[in-house]
Design a protein around this ligand. Structure first.
Ligand code: SF4
Length: 284
């Protein structure tokens, strides 16, 4: 946990709460035992599908979610991924100057499958490295090696490893996903989504924690905590709806009448089995 409520540095158990929001209404939530966002995205998108019957058409998320596995999942399920990757902010700073010695900035010749280093030397492909992520997903990186770096005047600036042949590894699939994400995020729609990102889930978390004082779960165990937050989310959305109706009425817009609310609540009560009287079990 980030906060140290008891000021004693003692670690405290907690869940990683993921929420999705639209117009500051909580549209879905899920709780995870793992701390990072990378591994939570796919189960969270699955949870969205289980709730609404389809995958989200558009996903907007910060750089903590930008992994090859997540990009691939969204591509395969036709979710438009406005998801940043780890170096997106650095690369899009106004005064950003690309480091010519970073392997990602070397020129790549797709036809010949080789890179060109800052001295103009071709780095030929020398192998493939497979790695497995914490979720079991296998990534594939291509390895390239310079033919001879001894005597190169840029050697000290270029790399620190021992040996006279610089080697680089490139995950081409991830590189292409990042290029696509960058293009989407810099489009007009992408800029609009990025602008709203800070007033969507972040604002919801702010209202929850600061405005409504919901800083801790009141129960132990995932099932109970899920129930705990589900009630909170319902209350949060009702509160949000009321404030939006009040705001619309103040501006002179159309608002639902009391009669319609009454009708909706009666319909919910009669149609939704969760409100039906519990059936008595027959004795065996
Ligand atoms: S050290 Fe090797 S890889 Fe780096 S610029 Fe010189 S020749 Fe190219």
């Amino acid at each position: 946990m980030k906060e140290d409520a008891m000021n004693n540095g003692q670690t405290k158990p907690g869940y990683n709460l993921q929420i999705s929001s639209e117009n500051q209404f909580i549209t879905d939530f899920a709780l995870f035992p793992n701390p990072t966002g990378t591994l939570t995205m796919i189960p969270f998108l699955e949870s969205f599908k289980a709730r609404y019957g389809h995958y989200a058409g558009v996903a907007v998320a910060d750089s903590g979610y930008g992994s090859e596995e997540n990009y691939r999942f969204m591509e395969e399920n036709r979710t438009e991924a406005f998801v940043k990757y780890n170096r997106f902010h650095i690369e899009h700073r106004p005064r950003y100057k690309p480091d010519p010695f970073r392997s990602g900035n070397f020129c790549y010749n797709e036809t010949g499958d080789y890179y060109v280093c800052p001295m103009g030397q071709h780095m030929e492909r020398c192998g493939t490295r497979l790695a497995r992520t914490a979720s079991g997903y296998v990534t594939e990186s291509a390895c390239y090696r310079a033919s001879n770096c001894s005597g190169c005047p840029l050697r000290r600036r270029c790399y620190k490893a021992k040996g006279d042949r610089r080697e680089i590894e490139v995950n081409h699939r991830l590189r292409l996903y990042k290029e696509k994400a960058s293009e989407l995020l810099c489009s007009e729609e992408g800029r609009r989504h990025r602008g709203r990102r800070c007033i969507e889930p972040e604002a919801v978390f702010g209202q929850m924690k600061t405005g409504m004082g919901y800083r801790r779960f009141r129960h132990f165990g995932k099932d109970k905590v899920t129930m705990d937050f589900a009630f909170f989310a319902i209350a949060f959305n009702i509160k949000k709806m009321c404030s939006k109706i009040r705001e619309t009425a103040r501006k002179g817009g159309n608002t639902p009448s009391n009669g319609r609310f009454d009708h909706i609540s009666r319909y919910e009560l009669s149609e939704n089995p969760i409100f039906w009287p519990r059936q008595r079990k027959s004795a065996a």
